[in-house]
Design a binder for this molecule. Structure first.
Ligand SMILES: Cc1cc2nc3c(=O)[nH]c(=O)nc-3n(C[C@H](O)[C@H](O)[C@H](O)COP(=O)(O)OP(=O)(O)OC[C@H]3O[C@@H](n4cnc5c(N)ncnc54)[C@H](O)[C@@H]3O)c2cc1C
Length: 83
């Protein structure tokens, strides 16, 4: 069955509306306990390879190394005068 197809002849144990932080976790917990879950999501399908950045390592950041180390040093020195 394709992701976009819903089998309405199936009886589900639970229907979760929204696959966000709460709904995604709810669906995960319910299915991991063997329940048949229908998860409905109204938003667009995200390409997690392109859009989910939270699991990437900081050193893999595409802008790594762009900061001027002299500016950072100057900012740190300015901060010390405040403390
Ligand atoms: C810019 C930003 C940065 C954030 N950064 C952090 C962070 O670093 N750490 C952190 O802990 N929290 C962060 N948050 C907060 C966190 O994203 C929210 O607290 C969390 O997503 C709320 O979860 P939720 O499941 O309630 O809602 P959502 O994650 O918003 O999920 C709701 C889902 O339901 C879907 N939906 C809505 N209506 C329907 C419908 N009628 N039918 C089907 N689907 C529907 C939506 O498309 C969406 O996917 C951030 C929020 C924002 C906006």
């Amino acid at each position: 069955m394709k992701e976009s197809e819903i089998d309405l002849t199936q009886t589900y144990d639970a229907i979760v509306v929204g696959s966000g932080a709460a709904g995604g976790m709810a669906a995960h917990v319910l299915t991991s306990h063997g329940m048949k879950v229908l998860l409905l999501e109204a938003g667009k399908k995200l390409d997690i390879e392109q859009e989910l950045r939270s699991m990437e390592w900081p050193f893999d950041h595409p802008r790594r190394g762009e900061f001027d180390s002299q500016r950072i040093h100057h900012s740190a020195a300015s901060l010390r005068t405040w403390i």
